[in-house]
Structures are given as C-alpha cells and as structure tokens.
Design a protein around this ligand. Sequence first.
Ligand code: NAD
Length: 303
Amino acid sequence: MAQIIDGNAVAEEIKKEIIEETEKLKAKGITPGIATLLVGDDFGARMYRGQVEKNCQSVGFNYFDKSLPADTTEEEVVNIVKELNDDPAVSGILPLRPFPPHVSDSAVINTIRVDKDIDCFHPFNMGRLTLGEPTLAPCTPSACIELLERVGIDFEGAEIVVVGHSNIVGKPVALLALNRNATITVTHIFTSQAGNLAKHTTGADILIVAAGKAGLITPDLVKEGAVVIDVGINRVKVLDEEGNPVLDEKGKPKTKTVGDVDFENVKEKVKAITPVPGGVGAVTNMMLLKNALTAAKMQAGIE
Ligand code: NAD
C-alpha cells in the first residue's frame, strides 16, 4: 500500500516556516506584500484572487488588490504594473490570468520587475531557471519538488518522467529536477499519439503528471514502486456503480475534482502518490508566499 503524500500537511509545515520568517523580517521593519492584478471578471481568476488574499492574511503579509474593469487598455494595465514595480510595499506582483484578449500576457509579464516576479514567468527568471541559477522559481513546479524533497527523494541519477510540456508546469518542473541531477524525460501529447507514452512512463522512478486529462495514467503505465506526483486538476461527473451520472437535489450531475492519475488503482502499485485534491495544489499556494518572502528579502538586500 502506497504512502499517500499529504499535501495539506506539507503546506501547513511550510506555512509555519513562512510565519516564523515573516516575524523575523517584521522585526527588521519589513513586511512582505503581494499585489494581485486582475483585469475583467474571469471566475477562476477571481477565485484565485480571494485565495491569495486569504493566504496573505494567514501569514501576516500585506495584500494589495488591483482589480481593473475588462475594458482597461493594455497601456493602462502596463502603467499599473509600473506603479507596483515602484511601490516599496509591494514585494511581489501576481498577474491573474486569463486577461481579456486585448491585453497580451507578454506585455504585462515583461513589464514586471524581475525581483517582483513571484510567479516566475518573466523570460529573465525562466532563463535563470534554465541556467540552473533560479532565484524565484515557478510555484507549481516548485511544489512538486518540495513534496518530493520532504518525502526524502534522492534526485541524483533518479529516472524522472514528466507528462506534459507546458511553460507553466511541464518544462519548468523538468528543469528544476534536471538542476538536481536527475535524468529527465519529458513526454507530451505527441508522445501519446506516437504510441510511446508507456515506453517512457514505465521506466520512471518518479512520475510527474501535468496533462489535464482525468484517468490518463493507469496502473499499466507505472513502474512498481514508483513515486507519482499528480498535478492535474479535472472536474468530472460522479458516476454510480453502473456508470450512470449521480444527480444532485436539483437534478444536475454531481461533479468532483480528480487528477490525471487513476488514483485508486495506481496507489496499489506505487511506493508513494499525491492525491487530488490535497496534494500539489495546497503546496503551490505556499510556494507563492515563499517566493514573496524571498522577493522581500532580495529587495531589502537580505540573504
Ligand atoms: P496545458 O494544457 O498547458 O498543457 C498540457 C500538457 O499535457 C501539454 O504539454 C500536452 O501536450 C500534454 N498532454 C495532454 N494530453 C496528453 C496525453 N493524452 N498524453 C500525454 N500528454 C498529454 O496544461 P498545464 O497548464 O500545464 O496544466 C496541466 C494540468 O495541471 C491541468 O489539469 C491544470 O489544471 C493542472 N494545474 C495544476 C496546478 C496546481 O497547483 N495543482 C497548477 C497549474 C496547473
């Protein structure tokens, strides 16, 4: 039976460490602060905004809400980023995407001061990551590494296979693991379409899955005794034993959140596995706070 890696417990540990560090910084007259930048009213972005505000409060950070109407021009958004860049109370700036179509991601991200780029999407920070010298590392990939480190994984020479090659998760997590001297294979949709996914995943000591496809990783794709990190977040219908949708009191199909891994069956075969929910996501939130803390220290010239 696999160890179920408890992301919530790891997140709580990290939170305690952040609170301690924050108190030390406050004693020096520095309070870390995060500003979120929301343009328009995308539901997911608004949800995330609220979560960031709550998380900031829970560790004693300042929080700044820049919520702008959907018709704000790109130039106006960029000017607000410049104001946040110049504001010493703001340690980190978090753009909440998606933006409306007339506001390009790159115009906003490329304007963020590199030492306030707590999501680590600026080309400078991605470049530092590629060179193996990251100061701020992207949150979800860092959460995967943090979880593996806290369960005592030795990266050196480990065979790590990543499923997914997005700029947000797949590529940066591969780089973070490569920087720890693991042997990395990155697979993606074209690997699957070529019929080669199992060939790679079954060789993985550590399998990191970020595809956004529920049930993609079945037991036959996993090596006995592997460690599996499931990054995927998917909403799926709840089914009864006959495979029919279970309805709620309003007659609508009930839904639940699952990862990309067939958790119930894969857990019987592996050494350790993260659940969804309660795995990577909880730790991701803490990595954002950790980056803001690092940013505040960098800006104050503290090691
Ligand atoms: P994306 O859509 O940008 O990229 C998906 C990747 O998966 C691509 O590289 C694609 O080639 C690959 N892929 C898709 N289908 C595949 C298949 N059948 N076989 C092999 N590879 C396949 O998605 P993303 O932004 O990288 O996010 C991936 C998942 O992680 C999503 O479910 C997302 O919701 C989740 N996510 C979770 C967190 C978190 O904190 N837990 C953060 C970010 C993203």
